[in-house]
Ligand binder design. Structure first.
Ligand code: C5P
Length: 219
């Protein structure tokens, strides 16, 4: 079983995907975290954000893995846990550039397809329904107003001690969406057979119930 959840930045994809995966006992794959890991590696090794082939070499030497400890999922490159560092603004504000590189996409998409070939998955990202898993059993496109998404990110940042003003977050999120939707390879786009769910005025539980209903109707 393959469940694809795509949508713009901070639409709640990972929160919802995690809950759905847990309820169904499927693997959850956060593909955004993989592009963030590639960006983190480039930053750490001071590699240019346009050097696709070099970034892929770094990823080959320092493989990405997801590990679960005490019911929480963490992302590693090599043996280093980078789960917290990849959420920092310097990664969020550069990840779209790295994610637009064809070599990086080819490398990570094939890993994502391998994960889905071996497991029942809920996978979230930007191009899961269009490119990574075009035959997914269920495709959801999660959206929310940019104001609501910035507000959610603001609250989430406070729990991580990141102090970015709301207006700045709104701009950063809009810019990331613009870059992700306008790149030439696998841009952020609703798949023709995806079902759009607007979460602007819904609680997490309401969104989960809505999506579980869609899944149950499809399988
Ligand atoms: O989902 P998240 O906001 O963590 O994704 C970070 C970035 O990774 C996105 O803004 C996008 O540039 C890139 N991404 C992508 N394709 C995916 C998932 C994420 O290009 N499937």
């Amino acid at each position: 079983m393959q469940i694809a959840i795509d949508g713009p930045a901070s639409a709640g994809k990972s929160t919802i995907a995690k809950i759905i995966a847990k309820k169904l006992d499927y693997i959850y794959t956060d593909t955004g975290a993989m592009y963030r890991a590639a960006t983190w590696l480039a930053q750490k090794e001071q590699v240019d954000y346009n050097a696709g082939a070099t970034i892929v070499q770094l990823l080959q030497k320092n493989p990405i893995s997801f590990q679960i400890h005490s019911d929480q999922q963490y992302i590693y490159v090599g043996d280093r846990d980078i789960s917290t560092e990849i959420r920092m603004p310097q990664i969020s504000n550069n990840v779209s550039q790295v994610a637009a590189l064809p070599e990086v996409r080819e490398f990570l998409v094939s890993q994502q397809q391998q994960i889905a070939a071996d497991n029942n998955v809920v996978m979230d990202g930007r191009d899961i329904g269009t490119t990574v898993l075009p035959a997914a059993d269920v495709k959801i496109f999660l959206v929310a107003s940019v104001q609501e998404r910035a507000h959610r990110r603001y609250l989430e940042n406070l729990t991580r001690n990141i102090q970015t003003p709301l207006a700045v977050l709104e701009k950063e999120i809009s810019l990331r969406d613009y870059k992700d939707s306008h790149r030439s390879i696998s841009p952020l786009k609703k798949a023709v057979d995806a079902i759009e769910v607007d979460t602007t005025s819904l609680s997490i539980d309401q969104v989960v119930q809505k999506i579980l209903k869609i899944i149950n109707n499809k399988i």
